[in-house]
Design a protein around this ligand. Structure first.
Ligand SMILES: *[C@@H]1O[C@H](CO)[C@@H](O)[C@H](O)[C@H]1NC(C)=O
Ligand SMILES: *[C@@H]1O[C@H](CO)[C@@H](O)[C@H](O)[C@H]1NC(C)=O
Length: 641
């Protein structure tokens, strides 16, 4: 350039060269932009090798959400927050600790094993597509698909529960066109209004907010963060109560009223509703760098910490608590299943999500897990020692006189998450005893799946607890006594007839709820234990569970809830079952055994865990991600330097 002699033509040439350079710059920029777009979203997906990309978060890069377009009929930032919080508990920002590895370093497979695993992975994805294609055709952007009648159903606020809940599954399965299509539909969700008068704060948080945050963590699409903030601002109003503890249900229109006062805090709220908003609000605070989202859930953790030793079983919290009075000592019934589950689940997960720099979660976990171990875990007496030797279930506990705790040997499908919880905590806190409990609890779920005629665990059942965990010989008399206690008969012949009629397998004393609602908790624990141990037996267990579930639940348009897991339909019509075999008004055919209902967790959770266990172990590694209770993985922080 410097050698070009200045002449009359020079300004012209310089202008040309500027134009030329600008053109080159534009060409280069568009090539990079297109290439980036192509690389991220449009590249053809190899069905056996799903690409996965690492990103830094959007806000940290100085992104602005104001530019991202999404019309809302109401801006929740303008809704009143009457009981103002004057100072925020800051989000811990110290350098995250290097926590012990969660995943095994021993994953090896032969070529034949790899082929088999890949076949299974593709089979899971095909099952997902079966439901997803019908959802697109018949229920697009509605909350749920009705899998028998091929209709939509608005059951979760009318914001597309299945759509939002399944975003990260689409991403993980490499269904990038479907993901893009879904994101476009998500962009036009209007969180300003709903078809319901009140919404469940807990469900809306774990499904919608969790789903949006996880899909954002994976794809970095700004619109997903924008939607998360829009929804987060609504849910934040659930903390506008007399003491800033959250409401269980938010009345959407009343919340908008100008000049209203703070809501009265709940006198009776389920423990899960109180304590399992923590991960979602923490992740929202981490991504947006807004301390107020962390503040409201950190307050609950302080409250739970203070109350932990004041309850009727110190260490545990009952299933319902008084948030208004901040008292946890009224109820006498304790469970790790419905109404409590995810609050316990979140203690070790919060430890991971905060990189181990907030000590309260380790304490909350340790003191509660010790009491579960002491009072709730039991070894069921089963006839087949080959399977029975090393397993545990988790029942409920209650106390009616000081210092005396009764175990109720009832197990819920919901409680099956507990194996994964003990396993994860066993790794994060380097506790081999808890790792062992995690494996045994997971085995309990695998066993009770396999013990049922369909190969699927029922929603709620009971077994006989052994006195000792180390030795548990089968004693038929003891089992029959247990059955008689439940069916209230003293005649053993009656019992035999009842067992035949109700199809109660050996070892079970009753099946209080015979349904399988397409729930994920058992495969969740199997997946976590597989990633922790690398034990290939879990792959076969998972495959047996998957094929059993598909066989019993498949409909023409998707998968439906199974009404009776003890019922196996006859192979040929007219053979096997006769109308006289009907139990009550129970089913006689495959179709009669399926309810017209497919909750969003089928595609959000159950099929995601099945897919992940048959993927390579670096796909959503538990050392990089931590799952919320709706199977939405959030990115874990990494130590700097
Ligand atoms: C619960 O604890 C509070 C405060 O410590 C106490 O006043 C109240 O009597 C207790 N209630 C029960 C049912 O034990
Ligand atoms: C089985 O249990 C019954 C009732 O508790 C008891 O009488 C019997 O001795 C037990 N049988 C064995 C083999 O332990």
């Amino acid at each position: 350039m410097r050698r070009i002699k200045v002449s009359r033509g020079a300004p012209y040439r310089q202008a040309m060269s500027r134009q030329h350079k600008r053109f080159l710059l534009y060409a280069l920029l568009s090539a990079v932009a297109f290439g980036g777009y192509y690389w991220l979203y449009a590249q053809p997906i190899d069905p056996l090798a799903v690409p996965f990309t690492e990103h830094e978060t959007y806000m940290r890069d100085g992104g602005s959400l104001a530019r991202v377009k999404s019309e809302q009929s109401y801006d929740w930032r303008e809704a009143p927050f009457a009981n103002k919080i004057t100072s925020y508990i800051p989000l811990p920002t110290a350098n995250p600790r290097q926590l012990p590895p969660v995943q095994s370093d021993r994953f090896s497979e032969t070529r034949a094993q790899r082929k088999q695993r890949e076949r299974r992975r593709v089979a899971v994805r095909d099952e997902f597509k079966h439901s997803w294609d019908s959802y697109k055709r018949f229920a697009w952007a509605q909350d749920e698909l009705r899998p028998v009648s091929a209709q939509g159903e608005e059951s979760f606020g009318g914001w597309g529960a299945t759509l939002v809940d399944s975003l990260d599954t689409l991403w993980i399965m490499g269904l990038r066109d479907e993901f893009n299509e879904a994101v476009e539909a998500v962009a036009s969700i209007d969180f300003g209004k709903t078809n319901l008068a009140t919404i469940s704060v807990f469900e809306t948080t774990i499904r919608y907010l969790g789903g949006l945050l996880s899909a954002f963590d994976m794809s970095q699409r700004p619109i997903l963060l924008k939607k998360a903030v829009q929804l987060g601002e609504m849910l934040y109003r659930a903390f506008d109560t007399t003491n800033n503890t959250p409401l269980g249900w938010l009345h959407v229109e009343r919340t908008k009223e100008e000049g209203r006062s703070a809501f009265h805090a709940e006198n009776n709220i389920c423990f899960a509703c109180l304590g399992s908003l923590t991960m979602e609000f923490t992740r929202l605070a981490q991504i947006t760098l807004e301390p107020k989202y962390y503040d409201v859930v950190a307050r609950i953790s302080i409250l739970m910490d203070r109350a932990q030793d004041t309850t009727k079983i110190p260490g545990l919290w009952p299933t319902s608590v008084n948030a208004a009075k901040e008292e946890f000592n009224q109820s006498r019934t304790f469970s790790i299943g419905a109404l409590a589950d995810s609050t316990y689940e979140y203690f070790p997960k919060m430890h991971a999500l905060l990189g181990g720099i907030e000590p309260v979660y380790k304490k909350l976990y340790h003191d509660s897990a010790a009491m579960m171990d002491k009072y709730m875990l039991f070894r069921p007496m089963v006839p087949d020692n080959a399977h029975g030797e090393d397993m545990l279930l988790c029942g409920d506990a209650s106390t009616f006189s000081e210092g005396e705790v009764q175990l109720e040997p009832t197990m819920q499908h919901l409680t099956c998450f507990i194996g994964g919880m003990f396993g994860l905590a066993g790794r994060l806190f380097s506790d081999p005893h808890h790792l062992d409990l995690g494996a045994k609890l997971t085995k309990g779920c695998i066993y009770t799946y396999a013990a049922m005629p369909t190969g699927i665990m029922p929603e709620i059942f009971e077994m006989v607890p052994c006195v000792s965990r180390t030795s548990c010989p089968w004693n038929r008399t003891v089992w029959e006594e247990g059955v008689m206690r439940h069916y209230g008969s003293a005649d053993i012949e009656d019992i035999k007839g009842a067992l035949r009629q109700y199809r109660i397998p050996l070892g079970f004393t009753n099946i209080r709820d015979k349904r399988y609602l397409l729930r994920p908790e058992a495969i969740e624990s199997v997946f976590v234990m597989y990633r922790i141990t690398g034990d290939r037996q879990y792959l076969d267990d998972a495959w047996n569970m998957f094929t059993s579930v598909v066989t019993a639940s498949r409909t023409r348009y998707g998968n439906g809830q199974v009404l009776d897991v003890t019922f196996v339909p006859p192979k040929a019509p007219g053979r096997g079952f006769q109308p006289s075999d009907r139990v009550g008004n129970g089913p006689l055919t495959h179709e009669e055994n399926i309810e017209n209902k497919m909750e969003s967790f089928w595609t959000a959770e159950t099929l995601k865990y099945f897919y992940l266990i048959f993927s390579t172990p670096d796909m959503i590694s538990l050392d990089d991600w931590v799952f919320n209770t709706e199977a939405h993985p959030f990115r874990r922080p990494k130590p700097q330097g």
